[in-house]
Design a protein around this ligand. Sequence first.
Ligand SMILES: [Zn+2]
Length: 563
Amino acid sequence: MLRSAWVRSRNGARETPAVAIALVTILTLSACTGGREPVDLILTGGPIAIVDESFSIAETIVIRDGRVLAVGDARLANDFDAATTVDLAGRLVVPGFNDTHTHIRGRARRHIDLAGVESIAGIQSLIRDKVRELGEGEWITGYGWSEDELVEGRRPLRPDLDEAAPRNPVVLTRAGGHSAVANSLALELAGIDRSTPQPEGGVIEHDESGAPNGVIRERQGMVSRLVPDATPAELHETHVQMLRDQLALGITSLIQAGESPRGFGRWQTIYDEFGSELPRATVQIRWVGTDRLADFGRITGDGDDRLRVGAIKVLVDGGFTGPAAYTIEPYKDRGDYRGMLNLPESELRSLIREANALGWQLGFHAIGDAAIQLTVDAFVDALNENPRADHRHYLNHFTVPPPVETLDLMAEYGIAIAQQPNFTYTLEGRYAANLDGARLAHNNPLRTPMEHGIFMALGSDILPIDPLVGLYAAVTRKGMSGEVYGLDEALTIEEAIRGYTANAAWLTFEEGSKGTLEPGMLADLVVLSENLLTLDPDDIMNVEVDMTIVGGRILFERRNDSR
Ligand SMILES: [Zn+2]
């Protein structure tokens, strides 16, 4: 059982800190008959975290034909004749990061990236720039604002957008994607005014006068459905670029958390042309019914080591940015509001039965404890009806800890978690506003599920895309304010790295080919500017990715102009 990777670190108390250099047995695949063996690439002179079962540290790694040929001590380098040799000078090498929950997409010209914008004034100035670029009347869209990052300490509202763009319809989606704010023109075009009834499963917010304040929760499609499609060329180009951009973050593999079968076709086109220059990708497919999936003609695991089909994705509930996560107890200070399911329970149960029987892996979005409990129960019922030896079903997210009975079922039935430790950091404000007590302290639990023997891999859900934020939050359990949430949920840095590498590969049935730097594995690795294993955890987010290697090829190298 691969789950043992987590269980072992529990039973073996804390693994010995990896400062001491453990030498890994050298495995050469061909005998040297005099002279030095030619290889493609050697990295030597730094701690190299193999992320094997015992978290061994080597000093040299030898790469040939896209795979790890050997790992060992400093002298190992002398046995080979490398086309390229990298002197690590003490920098740390880890297996390439694998972001198990991301959303990569092509962007329209009308789109504004709002991640990291620090004020409503900043948002307004980006909107004004876009108006100048596109001209009056054109739709303007954006993604990634968060009131927690804005100096005004509040959300942008309709009047803020009107001020910047009185004659362009504007709709800006909040980070997390569960709500959006629209300006007056956009609302008018969508036919939304003070008398519009509340949509099922969503909320149109109002100001004190009873007029819409611009914010729509969970049903922002009421407005965004009007936005004209981008041209295919526009989307293709920016999609490829966004994939390339992942390399600078040390990401060598990712799981796209949901595409239509047709969307998968776009990925296929991109990977047919550029696959060897991009991170490896697994694409989750949205549930579109048995017939349309039959037309798609593929199933989990189809593809190759560059692009493959992942699990079926269904959004069981919403999130806390809405907020619409479905919880057992009411939210803090919101009457009896408990969020909601995105689809009727009977429909959820029947599609889970169908997809499981068809042989798909399932990776469902479930954030609230009620959604988690229900999804696990439905997975278990389906598995009882159609047992599967190695299904690897998992939950995408796991924010509010469910009852212990649910944890027990997950361990018993091998239901895993694709967890986002960075949520504790980025979504701190949302959790503090909506959760209390143990639900707040144990938000996005890490050690509790692990100690139950539940398999867990880590990813970002683009909040933000950056494994170092995930590692930082996993180890410190700190929110953006610096406050610590449930330190007993923290992982060691070794466990966190494993969650972002070896365990992540398990989620796509690829633990035999990637995720560690053992001989024979794909040579996907990252050189970091500092040794994470000995660094003060508070400094983790300052670490730089110096080099990213996929399949033995250096695909990213940080420019070092500042030194
Ligand atoms: Zn997501």
